[in-house]
Design a binder for this molecule. Structure first.
Ligand code: PGA
Length: 253
């Protein structure tokens, strides 16, 4: 059944460390002719961003991560200014792969969020619990802590309008093991409550990420607090990504 949520779904493609110039141009062409009533966000590896800018597809693009300071001795990092120079409008912050592989603590994620927001980028904050945290009954406490750490360092003057939050349970990312619609709804509702208690009625889009595919998207998209998806592996194939978008439109408009 279609659910009217009052805002267009946002479907983001996180290519992680995949893709090349050839795949990129084919993908941008395919997704550029995609149906409306959905906002797309493309998150390719940073070195491909200048090529995206050159192709100027009719959707937004952004970084997969951001340097926690404006500039300095941070080998390997990409700053907010560099992302903006490539035409980026968004950046992921706190993706679990960065939390794990690059030892991103809550404080470092909060610093990244603040630097992105101050620069005028929309930070897409990723939160999510591990399997051990879920099994010990701490899922809500973990994501609440991760969100609270950011909210504590992002006082009202920061440009949080149009904020985006992605619930990405670590045990579902890249595993093929998708969270059930009921679990996703419960976690999203908890995150929205926390957001509203801190930020009042400021707009927030809540994305789900973790093994989203065309065949599970519709059941997730029709949950009242699911406003879109952050898609990893399945986003590499344009037809699969578009099928996910179509499933979201069908259930939310
Ligand atoms: P996945 O990745 O769709 O491959 O599980 C999601 C993500 O990490 O954003």
């Amino acid at each position: 059944m279609a659910v009217n949520k009052g805002q267009r779904p946002l479907i983001a493609a996180n290519w992680k460390a995949h893709g090349d110039r050839h795949e990129l141009s084919r993908w941008c062409e395919a997704v550029g002719t995609a149906p409306g009533n959905v906002d797309y966000l493309f998150l390719p590896p940073a070195v491909l961003l200048p090529m995206v800018q050159q192709l100027a597809p009719p959707f937004a693009w952004g970084g997969q991560d951001i340097c926690p300071v404006e500039q300095g001795s941070h080998t390997g990092e990409v700053t907010a200014a560099m992302l903006l120079e490539c035409g980026a409008s968004h950046t992921l912050v706190g993706h679990s792969e960065c939390r794990n592989l690059r030892a991103d603590t809550d404080d470092r994620v909060a610093a990244k969020y603040a630097v992105a927001a101050r620069a005028g980028l929309v930070p897409v904050l990723c939160v999510g619990e591990t399997l051990a945290e879920r099994e010990s009954g701490h899922s809500e406490a973990v994501v609440s802590r991760q969100l609270a750490a950011v909210l504590a360092t992002a006082p009202p003057p920061l440009p949080l309008v149009g904020a985006v939050l992605a619930y990405e349970p670590v045990w579902a990312i890249g595993t093929g093991c998708v969270a059930s619609p009921a679990v996703v709804q419960q976690m999203h509702a908890a995150l929205r409550r926390l957001w509203q208690s801190e930020r009042g009625g400021e707009s927030l889009r809540l994305l789900y990420g973790g093994s989203v595919k065309a065949d599970n998207a519709a059941a997730l998209a029709c949950q009242p607090d699911v406003d879109g998806f952050l898609v990893g592996r399945a986003s590499l194939v344009a037809t699969e990504f578009l099928a996910i978008a179509k499933a979201s439109i069908a259930t939310t408009s």
